[in-house]
Design a protein around this ligand. Structure first.
Ligand code: ATP
Length: 557
């Protein structure tokens, strides 16, 4: 019915009830008003339709006259796949050549009806692009390009030119792309919760400072906002560099280990018992039972040694249910672990580990120079990481550290009685003292008191108050704990009892059986990837060195 253009007849249930007889005059004037209103609305709708048709016709004619209509807009599906060039490959050799790049819009600006600028961003690096209306580039194309929404992913084809003056705001300041084609690949249509350029500056010292602005009035984005919007935050030049350095640490760790003949292992993260202390372990449902998330691969690394694997290493998550809201604690972190047999003395393994760290830290400086320089622009306070000049790690005994602190006037009575390990403040102060005295940010303390180490640690044969255990420090904070492990079953059971750990507790049977069945002497260590990155770069918070940090209050994104 409606298709005939006639108003459809109301259905019986829609028929208005007959007006009451006494309201006759009133109802006549009401229906007159309604008719007037309807006529007005009709005229209005007709005008709007006319206008729309005019605009459409205008757009169509503009389109028909747009000399650039195939050179911009949504990426045509039928288009040939063009080989793209990465910003990192660009050099003077590209001058006057046509290239195609896929990048984000860091900024878009219309200068005039005939001129617009884009700042393109690719993994933190920036290149300026310019578009000028000149056949076949039309004014419409210039307008489209200058109006592209920030952070959209686009494909740009253009000629690489040498700018008259270097472009200070671009990373690749000695070249400029003169746009020939620009297509949208993925539009950033939503309003961004923060701007990448604002996240380029370090966050304020405390999360409460969310609304702070810097001296020039530019907004300072709090750490919370950054972490809540991590995919955008990761786009900053600084985070691109930090994540490369983090990747570099694992690359170098694996490289050193594999070159030394060590095997890469993967141990379970779901375990049946909380064998390393029950309080800081996450419990999870495991069908009809409970399971736990592994707090370290310690017992498994040792069982691999008992399995005659000689030297093993692992890169895997470590879970700690510690309610520690500090700058250096996460509830899940990336652990770099190793375990290794030795022939005569645990110092063979200690030296191996010292050389590992010297290798990682010195190679980072060599292979990731550019990234380190980028991070230092944002976090200059800590200064460059100092390595020992002779390429050999500085090794002191724990008690030497206690003596250095005592000399500096620190109360170390608890440490002298072997009751407590160093506090974080003491570690930091010791780091300062050692930096001043030995000119290094990396050092090792050996021979910790037995009282502050776990049950599987071998005590020192010459003095049972101490143990064959060591910690590694960067800028005065712990990045590795390690030790010679007890491989003799009787000694192991006695050590467990002395530490109040019941050897008959569920979960120890397989571990202890490995030693009952014979196991060679061995030592090893556990490092925290996020801490290495944090202290190497002098970052103020471990969350800045973790992709998607987990802490007692953060479980997203
Ligand atoms: P801390 O005393 O600093 O809490 P820890 O003695 O508990 O550390 P270990 O259990 O010996 O540390 O773990 C070995 C390494 O793992 C540490 O040196 C550190 O690099 C890293 N690590 C330990 N706990 C955490 C954590 N909660 N968050 C991030 N990294 C950690």
């Amino acid at each position: 019915m409606a298709d005939s253009g006639l108003p459809s007849r109301p259905k019986p249930e829609e028929t208005p009830a007959a007006a009451p007889a006494e309201g006759g005059e009133q109802s006549k004037s009401a229906s007159k008003n309604a008719a007037k209103k309807a006529a007005k609305e009709k005229a209005k709708a007709e005008k709007a339709a006319q206008r729309a048709a005019q605009e459409k016709a205008q757009a169509a004619s503009q389109d028909a006259n747009d000399t650039a209509k195939d050179l911009y807009g949504p990426l045509p599906e039928s288009m040939d796949v063009l080989p793209t060039t990465h910003f990192s490959q660009l050099s003077d050799a590209h001058y006057e050549k046509e290239i195609t790049v896929v990048a984000r819009v860091d900024n878009a600006r219309v200068q005039s009806a005939k001129l617009a600028f884009l700042m393109l961003r690719q993994q933190g690096q920036k290149v300026q692009a310019v578009i000028a209306a000149a056949e076949p580039i039309s004014r419409q194309m210039v307008k489209y390009t200058g109006g592209l929404s920030v952070n959209s992913v686009i494909q740009v084809t253009g000629i690489v030119k040498k700018p008259e003056i270097p472009i200070a705001s671009a990373t690749l300041s000695h070249l400029e792309l003169h746009i020939r084609k620009v297509y949208m690949i993925s539009e950033a249509s939503e309003k961004l919760p923060m701007q990448v350029k604002d996240a380029e500056r370090p966050p304020p010292a405390t999360t409460e400072d969310a609304s702070q602005a810097d001296v020039e009035g530019a907004p300072l984005v709090s750490l919370k906002v950054r972490l809540d919007n991590r995919p955008i935050d990761l786009q900053t030049e600084t985070n691109q560099a930090i994540t490369w350095i983090s990747s570099g640490v694992t690359e170098l760790f694996a490289e050193y280990m594999l070159k030394s003949g060590s095997r890469w292992i993967f141990t379970p993260k779901l375990v049946g018992a909380a064998t390393e202390g029950g309080s800081n372990v996450f419990e999870v449902k495991y069908f009809k039972k409970n399971a736990y998330l592994a707090q370290s691969p310690q017992l498994y690394k040792q069982m691999c040694i008992a399995g005659d694997m000689g030297s093993v290493f692992e890169i895997a998550p470590v879970f700690r249910a510690e309610d520690s809201n500090t700058h250096r604690h996460l509830t899940e972190f990336a652990g770099l672990d190793f375990e290794k047999t030795f022939d005569h003395h645990y110092h063979e393994v200690l030296e191996f580990a010292e050389n590992l760290l010297v290798f990682i830290l010195s190679q980072l400086k060599e292979r990731y120079k550019e990234q380190i320089a980028i991070v230092q622009k944002s976090y200059p306070k800590a200064g460059e990481f100092k390595l020992p000049k002779d390429g050999k790690a500085l090794r002191l005994n724990y008690m030497d550290g206690v003596a250095l602190l005592k000399e500096a006037g620190v109360d170390v009575s608890e440490q002298e009685r072997f009751e407590n390990d160093f506090s974080t403040a003491m570690e930091k102060q010791l780091g300062q003292i050692i930096r001043e005295k030995y000119d290094t940010d990396f050092f090792v303390l050996d021979k910790f008191p037995m009282a502050v180490r776990p049950f599987y640690t071998k005590s020192c044969p010459q003095d049972s108050r101490f143990s064959n255990s060591y910690d590694f420090f960067m800028r005065g904070e712990e990045i590795m704990s390690g030790a010679q492990r007890i491989h003799d079953i009787k000694e192991l059971e006695a050590s467990m009892l002395a530490k109040g750990v019941n050897p008959n507790q569920e979960g120890f049977e397989d571990y202890l059986a490995a030693f009952r069945q014979g196991c060679p002497p061995h030592a090893g260590g556990g490092l925290g990837l996020n801490r290495i990155v944090m202290f190497f770069l002098g970052l103020p918070d471990i969350r800045l060195a973790s992709l998607f940090p987990r802490d007692p209050i953060r479980l997203r994104p």
